[in-house]
Write a protein of this length. Structure first.
Length: 391
């Protein structure tokens, strides 16, 4: 069936204002998400925050079922957390590392995650081992398999890295982790909402995601999945009266579901908006969304390759909606700024976001143009014409 682009753009108010190729940063919200957030904020202003939350309890609870349906798990395996980094942190810092424990990760790992590796390694004596890439630029499955021993405590990789179009082979990594009996933490910040995700197929024990990117939800929202048998084995790095009950003067009891990783105070408007965004994405169907996104990205890469002095920098056997490129002798920040003068949004992936990968590739930064299903083929043409005219 043909993708209903006119509907997608009609339901996205931002399409009237900008050519938005920064969806891996923060996508444009659809009307239904914007309305859900604004309506709840208005309700808070009219009757009070606590009272508004109580009145909207059904909508607040809906987000757990929506997220579970999105990734193929149960609602009690979902925690709603303020962003993907904090969701990832809550899982990672709950793992009891000891001296000599090995953390296996990939060259393309994101800065926030790697900083946490360094932090824990310095505190506990754990060891960080970086798995090399294969010839295509994705994490090498052979090298990962050969790195497994009885000291490996965790495999942690980013599904779709920040600085390129590659999609790491998450399910194949999951098989290696399951066969070895090793914990597997997947950063799915830029894959959830862009492509179909099933935690049972992937085989991850923990997964973190954000609302603001391909799910088209509000900023300041995210979620964490933790496989049910693992939940009670992981003690969150901090607790409050939501994560645990104060059952006696000198005793507390941590709750048994994934909400042990949450805190009591939360952004209720954002939480409701995230649930609406997930339901909206599922209306479009993730297979159709991903087919649309990858087709647009392919068109963009093909056209960029015809432009003089432009080099497309994407790696991997499977490539998604993130397209990275450089222009000879032109700083990426300058390109971003100049495009913004024509109401074209892109972002820049710098050395600071993925140092291991960028150092290996000899680059300081890339321009990152990330498409979504509401973008049009005409916008791809316009983007490339504008880029060619200014550089």
């Amino acid at each position: 069936m043909a993708f209903d682009l006119s509907r997608a753009r009609r339901e996205t108010p931002g399409c009237e204002n900008v050519l938005h190729f920064n969806n891996a940063g923060a996508a444009l919200m659809p009307h239904c998400v914007l309305d859900a957030v604004v309506n709840h904020l208005n309700l808070e202003a009219q009757i009070g925050g606590y009272e508004a939350a109580a009145r909207a309890q059904e909508s607040v609870e809906r987000v757990y079922a929506a997220a579970a349906q999105l990734i193929g798990c149960e609602a009690d395996e979902i925690a709603i957390i303020e962003n993907a980094t904090r969701a990832w942190d809550m899982a990672f810092y709950a793992i009891p590392f000891k001296p000599g424990d090995r953390i296996l990760t990939a060259i393309s790992e994101y800065a926030s995650n790697y900083i946490a590796f360094l932090h824990v390694a310095q505190r506990t004596g754990a060891i960080i081992d970086v798995i090399p890439n294969d010839a295509s630029g994705q994490v090498s499955l052979e090298a990962l398999q050969n790195s497994i021993d009885d000291r490996v405590k965790l495999i942690a990789v980013t599904h779709v890295p920040t600085n390129g179009g590659l999609v790491n082979p998450a399910a194949a990594v999951g098989k290696i982790a399951r066969d070895a009996g090793v914990l597997y933490l997947l950063d799915a910040c830029q894959s959830v909402g862009q492509m179909p995700i099933d935690v049972n197929v992937i085989g991850c024990d923990m997964l973190s995601a954000t609302g603001r990117k391909y799910l088209r939800g509000p900023r300041g929202t995210g979620f964490l999945y933790v496989r049910r048998p693992l939940i009670e084995q992981l003690e969150p790095p901090f607790l409050d009266l939501h994560a645990a009950d104060w059952v006696a003067v000198n005793q507390y009891q941590i709750r048994s579901d994934a909400r042990r990783f949450e805190t009591w105070e939360t952004n209720y408007a954002g939480k409701i908006g995230l649930g609406v965004a997930i339901d909206y994405a599922r209306q479009w169907e993730l297979t159709a969304i991903y087919a649309r996104i990858t087709a647009l990205a392919r068109q963009l890469r093909d056209q960029l390759m015809t432009l003089p002095n432009v080099v497309v920098q994407d790696l991997g056997e499977e490539q998604c909606g993130i397209v990275t490129f450089t222009v000879a002798d032109k700083p990426s920040e300058q390109i971003k700024h100049t495009l913004s003068l024509s109401d074209i949004n892109v972002s820049v992936s710098s050395l600071l976001y993925a140092r291991l990968d960028m150092e290996v590739r000899g680059n300081l930064d890339f321009v990152r143009a990330s498409v979504h299903y509401y973008n049009s083929e005409a916008e791809v043409d316009q983007f490339c014409r504008t880029l060619a005219s200014i550089f």
